[in-house]
Design a protein around this ligand. Structure first.
Ligand code: SAM
Length: 594
């Protein structure tokens, strides 16, 4: 562990089509005691904006069944990109992705996984804010992801009771380049202390620089009432105990948090962090049970009683439904044409993305200039893709917030390690058999009928013009076939490749939701909130402050008619359809520590 000390302390067109607003679920609290509900309800100040989050009942049906993904409609403008151009671009992209996969595999055979992760992040270029705002192919997705992270922070970071005497404390267990620093600085209660950890040394240095730069700017331009002290550490937060970090110990860390009586006996009544955050990273820990447990013992060990664990990660319900659908279609000699969220299965050698005939409905205009927000806030997203120019994909072109008024830095960072960390930790409890995952599935009855024939030897693959999910047929040791019922059992080690425009191909692991949730309960973590990204947008954008934030961040327009045909809560959605599909792969969660 490179233990970096604290930095300087601050002195204190067409008719818009509506997305039907989904009805809110009636809060279900029956599995929580009255005290618990009171303890974990949304604080008063926030409750003015939205109702308290409903604790989710144990036997509540899975989220996709509760609220199936909406089929977003395309606006009807004429096509400006031919199908051939799109296929050529897609073929180029696939070729590049395959080369990257091979490079990763070759390199992995040469060096260890940790070295590979470090190498990967050391190679990430710094491209700057302007590029992200103007030239990025996925700027709408970046904005949406950043807004969703901000939403979690806004909703769940404020403590229920009185503020701790020494102020709010936050631990970010995969801080990356510090993309969330600005979000925390705009939290309802600005943390007194933010501790950021990440396995990638270069990312951690960039986070430190970003923090230092933020301090310089804020000293010069703003007069915040309170500023956040931040410390950063290079640390494997799955394989090493966070108790090794002095500041974490100082705030409070329980090395015995975990299953069995130790949950109670070792539970700290005082001390510990108010919030632990894990954005776009938890899925790397599901390489093995050892790592998943190591991650959770760090989360639980660092959190104070009543503290919150927030994060975003890929949604296993989406993965399960698609794997099941594709495998079943293979069994019957057919392939479903598209997933209910719009994702399209890929057949070996076939163009991914849109189906034939869809081009006529696509109004992407390669000549349309991107609008810059002209924000003044610090920029912090840094694509990791090498400088190779991208072929023109049929994507985005979504305008951003008019008036150049976005205040939020665009800082969602889809950086991913090339390979997850090897299970070398000593801090996590020994593995225990745990394979009783009961995974429920989204309703796939809305999927269009199968119409293609797959090649069973090819990887199981789906996606659209900006992202691809690819499951190898041969899963890692212990070797196992992909589950035809979509149930990933045991819940660890289900590997797939995820690739997104402007981000490298990266191996990731399925986090089977119910298995994860059951495991989290073993560590004293109870579920408060879980929503898919689309649902977060639909449900939270109506909140006054979050809605305004969504406007400033370029997620929605001020009213109708600014976007590309989609609408939510009376506002035009500025995120393109393919980006919304890509976002539908993720969900957001919040647990609290009992
Ligand atoms: C997709 S990035 C997300 C970064 C940041 N949370 C954000 O939302 O922008 C995933 C991060 O997880 C980090 N990571 C992966 N495995 C890790 C581990 N075992 N310990 C700590 N960080 C890890 C990576 O280095 C990377 O910074």
């Amino acid at each position: 562990m490179a233990n970096d000390g604290p930095l300087d302390k601050p002195s204190n067109v067409t008719e818009p089509r509506k997305l039907q607003k989904r009805k809110r679920e009636a809060p279900s609290t029956s599995h929580l005691s009255a005290n618990k509900s009171a303890r974990t309800g949304t604080p008063n100040a926030y409750a003015r904006r939205t109702p308290p989050p409903a604790p989710i009942h144990d036997d509540e049906p899975d989220m996709s069944r509760r609220s199936p993904p909406k089929q977003l409609k395309r606006p009807g403008a004429g096509a400006r990109v031919t199908r051939e151009q799109r296929e050529a671009a897609d073929a180029l992209r696939r070729q590049r992705e395959e080369q990257q996969r091979q490079d990763v595999a070759t390199r992995q055979a040469q060096v260890g996984n940790s070295e590979l992760v470090a190498e990967h992040y050391n190679a990430v270029p710094e491209r700057g804010r302007e590029w992200r705002k103007t030239d990025s192919q996925i700027k709408g997705l970046r904005s949406l992801n950043n807004w969703i992270k901000s939403t979690l922070i806004q909703k769940f970071s404020r403590p229920d009771g009185p503020l701790p005497p020494n102020g709010l404390t936050v631990l970010d267990m995969a801080c990356g380049k510090g993309g969330d620093l600005g979000k925390w600085e705009k939290a309802p209660v600005v943390p007194a202390l933010y501790v950021g950890c990440d396995i990638a040394e270069v990312s951690v240095s960039q986070a430190k620089e970003r923090y230092a730069e933020g301090l310089r700017k804020s000293n010069g331009r703003y007069r915040r009432q309170q500023q956040m002290q931040a410390e950063f550490y290079v640390q494997d937060t799955f394989a090493q105990s966070l108790g090794e970090i002095p500041i974490v110990n100082q705030v409070g860390f329980n090395p015995h948090a975990g299953p069995g009586s130790r949950v109670i006996q070792g539970g700290m009544m005082t001390g510990g962090f108010d919030v632990v955050s894990m954005m776009f990273a938890l899925h790397y820990s599901f390489e093995s049970e050892t790592l998943a447990r190591g991650m959770l013992s760090n989360v639980a060990g660092a959190l104070k009683k009543g503290g919150r664990f927030i994060g975003v990660m890929p949604n296993s319900d989406v993965i399960s439904a698609m794997v099941k659908k594709l495998l079943q279609a293979e069994g019957s000699g057919r392939t479903p044409a598209a997933q209910s969220n719009g994702a399209t299965p890929r057949v070996d050698g076939a163009s991914g993305g849109k189906e034939e005939g869809e081009a006529d409905d696509d109004d992407w205009d390669p000549e349309k200039p991107s609008e810059s927000h002209g924000e003044t806030a610090e920029d912090d997203w840094d694509p990791e893709k090498p400088s190779e120019p991208l072929p023109p994909p049929a994507t985005n072109g979504a305008p951003h917030a008019p008036g150049g008024e976005a205040e939020e830095p665009d800082d969602w960072d889809p950086e991913k390690p090339s390979e997850p960390v090897p299970p070398t930790h000593t801090a996590a409890p020994p593995p225990a058999a745990n394979d009783d995952t009961t995974l429920t599935h989204p309703d796939t009855s809305t999927l269009p009928p199968a119409d293609l024939t797959t090649t069973p030897q090819a990887p199981l693959e789906w996606g659209n013009t900006i992202y691809t999910i690819r499951f190898p047929r041969t899963q890692p040791l212990p070797s196992k076939p992909l589950p035809p019922d979509g149930i990933f059992r045991p819940p660890y080690g289900w590997k797939y490749h995820y690739s997104l425009e402007e981000a490298v191909n990266a191996p990731e692991y399925v986090v089977p939701w119910e298995g994860f949730r059951a495991l989290a309960e073993d560590y004293g973590l109870e579920l408060l909130y879980r929503k898919g990204f689309r649902e977060v947008l639909e449900d939270e954008v109506g909140d006054r402050e979050l809605g305004q934030l969504a406007e400033r961040m370029g997620v929605v327009g001020r009213g109708r008619g600014e976007g590309r045909g989609l609408e939510v809560g009376g506002r035009a959605v500025l995120v393109s359809e393919v980006e919304m599909e890509a976002a539908g792969f993720y969900h957001a969660f919040c647990f609290y520590k009992v």
